[in-house]
Design a protein around this ligand. Sequence first.
Ligand code: 4AD
Ligand code: MG
Length: 429
Amino acid sequence: MLRTHYSQDVDTKDYGSTVTVAGWIEDIRNLGGIAFLILRDRTGKIQVTVIKKETPELFKELVSLSRETVVSITGLCQENTQVMNNWEILPQQAHILSLAESPLPLGVIDKVGADFDTTLDNRFIDLRKKENQSIFAIRDAFLTATHHFLHSQGFLEIHTPKITTTSPEGGTEVFSLQYFDRKAYLVQSPQLYKQIMMATGFDRVYEIAWYFRAEEHDTSRHLNESTAIDLEMAFIDNEEDIMKMAEDLTQYIMIYLTTQRKSDMDILATSPEIPQTPFTRITYDEALDLIQKKTDMTWGDDFGTLEERLIGETLQETFYFITQYPLETKPFYSMPNGKYARSFDLSYQGVEIASGAQRIHQHDLLQKRMAHMAMDIDNFSEYLKAFRYGMPPHGGFGLGIERFLMELLQVGNIRKCILFPRDRTRLTP
Ligand code: 4AD
Ligand code: MG
């Protein structure tokens, strides 16, 4: 195994000894008699200092290499307080592991930025940039924190089918596919399955879920393939139990990230505050009142991007819930409360990051709501069956991972928070 992660691994005890390191050549500065190679791996960079008159053949070979070539270098590790890490490598031997073609389709350290499509077209190089490595280190920690917290609350991680025959989330379209001789769809969310799980006795479940949504709109905060933390819990009193779980999870994640990923946060120049719980709750009616003068939407319409932002600006809160939406704005499975639904959205800086609700658990009421919404009940018979033989009261939420990260890190476009984004026009790489 070649030694990598050297910017972390090497310490003073290595000074004066021979080490072998490997990585990408990020930059070569050739000053004639001396050259400096900057070698990079995911933990950082080191300097390789090659002196022409001491190793003329090696000097010639190294300075002629193209940027982003992968090499392994064996040499003396020497203390030098003038260079980064306080040490450098004086090379004795080099192996070229993979020569990079030149010119690069995208620079890793170039000051002039490439346009966004070029960065995504060359995502494997784009992801070598330290800001992007930090985004995904933070994403990884976000998921670790989620697993920690939800397990501490007695949740079980599950995986449900992604190929299905139904479409639970009204208002967004499905991708269809050929399933042998039948038509099938990619799931919009695990909604129906996580509810069916409530009839199994696994009373707290969660999934790191994939959402496939054939939405036509092409915005900075929508993907056609996205991920979410989707959870469902039984024996709740009402939607308040779900909101409590959502805010406690959010706070835990924020504490975890700001302590465990501080250096990555620094690279992205962000230092978020830990939110206090409980988060502010305002009803749909109150939110509409707040922005009444600035919008022409009327009672019963859903908030759009503009309205969400206006509410955020008016409220001056980082995280807040909007509760009690008009029943007709929410999917069929939401529990009615008069003309309202026992539902909520969680907003982060004026952007919706999660939606949740208490669900209908009574078979007859559920069927009635589906009929009212002109849904094809036969198509949902497998789902409905789970409500006929003992279904406890339950509810849950779905929290968009990329949405959360986009707001947390203020990166301006949701595509930066998923490795290989799928949008209205992009299906590769
Ligand atoms: O609001 P949504 O559609 O709610 C549901 O899917 C419900 N099944 C959740 C529940 O348990 N009641 O999606 C939940 C979250 C959104 O708030 C948003 O953060 C994210 O998922 N999301 C998307 N993110 C990026 N691109 C898209 N097209 C998204 N659609 C939803
Ligand atoms: Mg929603």
